[in-house]
Ligand binder design. Structure first.
Ligand SMILES: *Cc1c(COP(=O)(O)O)cnc(C)c1O
Length: 372
């Protein structure tokens, strides 16, 4: 049996999703072309928007980062400027992408346990009128903090700017209101909350915004505009599509709809999260974020100060028992992370907590708290 992945992705997927991949299909096969069209349609439904309302779904080969790079390097014109709101490693990654492409960028940085302040965004957009686009991460997977898209989006709309959202680790399991938040581009990928396998990212975007992006992409392969035009023309990709990954993703979307869409999936993940924090607290672990900031996607726990706690051994012993957790990514604090997403249920979380208790015993850890 495969190990259970309590990580931010790739995740544990269903057998039926894996089975959907076990075929050969040409990229110009009519069946595949139908699956691509249907997948794009289902993504819009999942987002709660439609073509009639002026929204489009574009699939881009590569992992999630490729999708973000595709958006940043395509949609910001050469005389445009980006405001990046950063409170974690994935925000920093967007800054790196913008720098590589020579995109003029203003950054608004917060600590990893701080929510962005809409009034700060308002002040910058009032002062720096050259800014054309604002980007933020929805669920900062670095910590699991959930940024408030509606509050930030309201300010972005007030100033008439375009809003770019990295919803990689939230889309499909956390409700997003495209119109209220005024989102022009939202990026997510095949292997997170939709529970497909890794291989592509996708962008849900406003057609009106996209129409302005012809001939300004800074790369050939990640040109979001040309990709969109190609898909619109004949549902075909400009370059080899990840056929099997799309077949699996299509199946994953069907299963997500069967589970009750975003609402159904959010319930399962929320229950996983509740079960996890209750179990970990019983063992004495403390969370990095306060509960109001913490989303239900992934949870950061502080490493116990007890000298008997060695993270490498802890990790390996859990791994031997069939549970994969995730190291920390914080700049200032020693922590580790446990994901609540993927084809995992409350029983799996109970099993994980039980295994953690056993491993702590083996290590001789007396206390998991931050006080000695
Ligand atoms: C997973 C993730 C990404 C993209 O990561 P890839 O490894 O390129 O798929 C980007 N942003 C966030 C918030 C993520 O969680």
């Amino acid at each position: 049996m495969d190990k259970k992945l309590f990580t931010p992705g790739p995740l544990t997927t269903s057998d039926s999703v894996k089975m959907a991949m076990t075929r050969d299909l040409g990229s110009r096969d009519t069946e595949f072309i139908k699956v691509v069209a249907n997948t794009r349609q289902m993504l819009l439904e999942l987002a709660g928007v439609s073509k009639d309302q002026g929204y489009e779904a574009v699939i881009m080969q590569g992992s999630g980062t490729f999708g973000i790079e595709s958006v940043l390097s395509t949609v910001i014109p050469y005389d445009g400027e980006l405001l990046l709101i950063i409170n974690g490693a994935y925000g920093e990654r967007m800054a790196k992408i913008a720098a590589i492409h020579g995109i003029l960028t203003t950054t608004l940085r917060y600590e990893e346990d701080e929510l962005p302040v809409p009034a700060d965004v308002d002040r910058i957009l009032t002062d720096e009128t050259r800014i054309t686009h604002v980007a933020v991460v929805h669920c900062e997977t670095t910590t699991g903090i959930m940024n408030d898209l509606n509050a930030i989006g309201e300010i972005v709309q007030k100033h008439g700017k375009e809003f770019i959202v990295d919803a990689m680790s939230s889309f499909g399991a956390v409700p997003v209101d495209f119109k209220k938040a005024g989102i022009n581009y939202l990026i997510s990928s095949s292997n997170k909350c939709i529970e497909g396998v890794p291989g592509f990212s996708f962008v849900i975007c406003c057609k009106e915004s996209m129409e302005k992006c012809a001939d300004q992409a800074r790369t050939l392969s990640l040109d979001l505009y040309s990709q969109w035009k190609g898909l619109e023309k004949d549902s075909q990709f400009r370059f080899t599509p990840p056929v099997q990954v799309i077949l699996a993703f299509h199946q994953a979307l069907i299963e997500l709809m069967e589970e009750g869409g975003v609402e159904g999936r959010s319930h399962r993940y929320f229950n996983n999260y509740q079960t996890l924090i209750n179990g970990m607290r019983r063992l004495g672990f403390e969370e990095y974020l306060s509960e109001e900031l913490q989303g239900y996607i992934i949870t950061t726990f502080l490493r116990p100060l007890d000298p008997a706690f060695d993270f490498e051994i802890f990790y390996n012993k859990l791994n031997e028992r069939g549970f994969v957790i995730y190291p920390g990514k914080l700049t200032k604090v020693n922590a580790f992370r446990i994901g609540n997403i993927g084809k995992l249920y409350v029983e799996d979380v109970h099993d994980l907590v039980f295994a953690i208790a056993e491993v702590l015993n083996e290590l001789g850890v007396v206390s998991c708290s931050q006080s000695r």
